[in-house]
Design a binder for this molecule. Structure first.
Ligand code: CTP
Ligand code: CA
Length: 226
């Protein structure tokens, strides 16, 4: 006879999870980055693995311990993250983009350490746009593949998340209020609203990132991967 339990929900499914924050080099010793710790993405990778999925965790500069039985790919910049996601996505059943990707990078990366000079009391950096990874990937999405994004917002949470789900052609977006210090970037707890492409909204309680991750994996399983 056959039976299923929680650890089998996603058996045979391949999921890519991105986590951490990208670093954009300025010179050999300096970079621009953001406050992402990787906690949310690592918790999602662990939850997906616990549900039986084959998980590839693409990690941008996180120092966290790697969850057991998860395949790890380390990247630094947005361009490296894009290349790794592009490579893994064709054979995956889904992509969960929890990484905080730098929107811009320095236009020029100096080969040598940039020196300060007496004449230059101010300095202006020119930045150029990074590629949008979700927008790039969505154009190659096959039927049956699920693509999930995050929306980090300080204001107008739902309206901004709704714009992103459309612009990036997502199935689901996890809207995160990053103005609240207790939740979001670097915190251990989170409170999110799951927003579906059809407008359905599910608000989570304030709970651990592990619990949010379990909730997300359950929603993805029920709605897209059963
Ligand atoms: N994202 C991405 N590629 C980028 C920037 C963001 O794939 N170059 C992804 C993030 O991983 C996240 C989602 O897009 O899943 C939303 O990221 P967010 O920074 O909230 O939105 P942006 O589209 O960058 O818009 P803005 O920062 O201007 O609000
Ligand atoms: Ca952004």
């Amino acid at each position: 006879h056959t039976y299923t339990d929680a650890s089998d929900r996603l058996s045979g499914k391949k999921l890519i999870v991105t986590a951490g924050g990208t670093r954009e080099a300025l010179d050999p010793v300096r970079y621009l980055t953001n406050r992402s710790s990787g906690k949310m993405g690592y918790a999602i990778a662990a939850a997906a693995q616990g549900a039986g999925a084959e998980v590839t965790l693409i990690s941008a500069n996180s120092a966290l311990p790697v969850p057991n039985h998860v395949r790890l790919i380390r990247v630094e910049s947005a361009n490296e993250l894009l290349a790794a996601v592009k490579k893994a996505f064709p054979v995956a059943d889904g992509l969960i983009m929890a990484a905080a990707v730098a929107d811009y990078r320095p236009a020029v990366v100096a080969n040598q350490k940039i020196k300060k000079t007496a004449a230059n009391q101010t300095m202006t950096l020119e930045l150029v746009r990074n590629p949008d990874i979700l927008q790039t990937i969505s154009t190659s999405k096959r039927p049956g593949q699920v693509v999930v994004g995050f929306a980090a917002e300080t204001n107008d949470l739902i309206a901004n998340a709704a714009k992103k789900i459309k612009a990036k052609k997502l199935d689901l977006i996890v809207a995160n209020d990053v103005a609240n210090k207790q939740i979001g970037f670097n915190a251990d707890q989170n409170q999110v609203t799951f927003l579906f492409a059809d407008g359905q909204q599910i608000k989570s309680p304030l709970e651990s990132k592990a619990a949010i991750a379990e909730r997300l994996i359950q929603l993805i399983t029920d709605h897209f991967l059963n």
